[in-house]
Design a protein around this ligand. Structure first.
Ligand SMILES: [Fe+2]
Length: 446
């Protein structure tokens, strides 16, 4: 007999207890609380025929965006497909989405979870996986609209409504609707204080509006409720480090790196992205980050040749430049060139954004600042195509501003710094750049 989960979605399992356990795992995932994979593994050990649990595990591993999890993803997809005869239509969509991701078709995967959410608008697992997909694809509007279109089917009485609002808040922020994003994120946090994603959405608003003091206070004052057991804490602390840098406190940013951002040992690509992203910003400004690059570069080395996701590759290249790892730089570039030939989503990302971006970062490391500008400037405006958030992709503008100053390209430096000051007039980074640009001679016409 068909049963339902706590939100009324059909689940193909005969007994209620494992379904309730999957509800619990879903909440852990929604809240970014450790550890959904460990919990679902325990559930599957007892109920190996629970098809939705296999599909949940597959989606969780897929949307980690990390080649290191691919073999486990493949196992879950195979296990789910072996049970497809028992699966209902919703579960079949989940299985098909995970299969598409495994094949490197990230758009198809995301739209397949999106279809599940259209048909079952209270399927918060489908909504969340689709939001991760939209994030990896840089689909700002879909981060907002894929949530907006299911909202009419929800209200406060539906379990995990707050987490849905947290997802909506992030989408609103990425679309630049900062006031509504902040209000929605705060509402979500008030409904469930574990909601690290809602906290993150509000932090993004403050980052984009240049409210470094507000952002620092927000993350600190809320951390007692979201930080314990949080799988995503490193990233909220990365945002805290950005607030510190913009407030002129580099020492605090490095302390956050040492104590919080690196706390998980850089076990996943997303943690490594944050480690690289932070150290790169500081290195580009000329700060000595000591030996910190070495650990990050070591951890990236195992992923240097995987050609999995161009956004990861960019951050790996930062580490290989920061730690001066020439063989790894070459290996990564060769892997990216191979990836650019491939048909999947990452082939497009690598061709359009990844390769020029890697070359631009490499050129920066070699002191070839004109080449950095030549490589990065044409892709900066379309860098959303390889995913991430506006705050993460700001590394393009950051690197370009520093390159323009170093090579004496006064008009570009002035323009880039004016853009930044318009958004963040109080940022100590922007003000320091503005001071430096005043000392540049005007560039003579050739
Ligand atoms: Fe973020």
């Amino acid at each position: 007999m068909s049963k339902t989960d706590v939100r009324g979605n059909p689940v193909s399992h005969d007994s209620a207890e494992p379904i309730r356990r999957l509800d619990h795992v879903t909440t852990l995932m929604n809240a970014f609380q450790a550890d959904p994979i460990a919990e679902v593994d325990a559930l599957l050990a007892e109920h190996p025929d629970f098809v939705m649990a296999h599909a949940f595990r597959a989606g969780t591993l897929a949307t980690a965006g990390d080649k290191a999890f691919e073999s486990e993803l493949a196992k879950s997809v195979a296990a789910a497909e072996a049970l497809v005869g028992k699966a209902n239509d919703r579960e079949r969509l989940h299985i098909a989405a995970a299969r598409a991701w495994l094949k490197g078709q990230f758009e198809l995967a995301t739209e397949t979870w999106g279809r599940a959410a259209l048909l079952y608008p209270r399927d918060i697992t489908a909504i969340q996986f689709a939001q991760f997909g939209d994030f990896f694809l840089g689909y700002s509007q879909m981060l907002r609209d894929r949530v907006a279109r299911v909202l009419p089917h929800w209200d406060k009485a539906v379990p995990n409504y707050g987490f849905l609002l947290g997802m909506h808040a992030f989408g609103l922020e990425e679309c630049g609707d900062y006031a509504q994003a902040e209000a929605t994120g705060r509402e979500a946090f008030a409904l469930d204080g574990r909601d690290a994603w809602a906290v993150h959405a509000v932090a993004h608003v403050m980052e984009m509006q240049g409210r470094a003091a507000d952002g620092a206070e927000w993350l600190e004052s809320t951390s007692a409720s979201w930080a314990p057991n949080c799988m995503f804490g490193y990233h909220n602390w990365w945002h805290q480090a950005l607030f510190s840098i913009n407030a002129g406190n580099v020492e605090r940013a490095l302390k956050l790196f040492d104590e919080k951002i690196s706390a998980g040992g850089f076990a996943s690509a997303m943690e490594l992205v944050d480690g690289s992203g932070l150290l790169w910003r500081l290195t580009a400004l000329g700060y000595d980050v000591g030996k910190r690059w070495d650990d990050v570069a070591d951890k990236w080395t195992t992923r240097a040749e995987d050609g999995y996701y161009a956004f990861n590759d960019l951050h790996a290249m930062m580490a290989f430049v920061g730690a001066d790892r020439r063989p790894e730089q070459k290996a990564l570039m060769a892997a990216a060139e191979r990836a650019a030939e491939s048909l999947g989503t990452n082939g497009m990302m690598t061709r359009e954004i990844g390769l020029p971006a890697l070359k631009g970062i490499l050129a920066f490391g070699n002191g070839a600042y004109d080449e950095t500008i030549e490589r990065l400037l044409p892709v900066r405006g379309k860098a959303n195509r390889f995913g991430g958030s506006h705050a993460q992709r700001d590394v393009f503008s950051w690197t370009l501003a520093e390159a323009a100053l170093r090579t004496g390209d006064r008009s570009l430096a002035e323009g880039l710094i004016a853009e930044r000051l318009a958004q963040k007039p109080e940022s100590r980074v922007n003000l320091a750049w503005d001071e430096r640009v005043c000392h540049l001679p005007g560039r003579l016409a050739a």
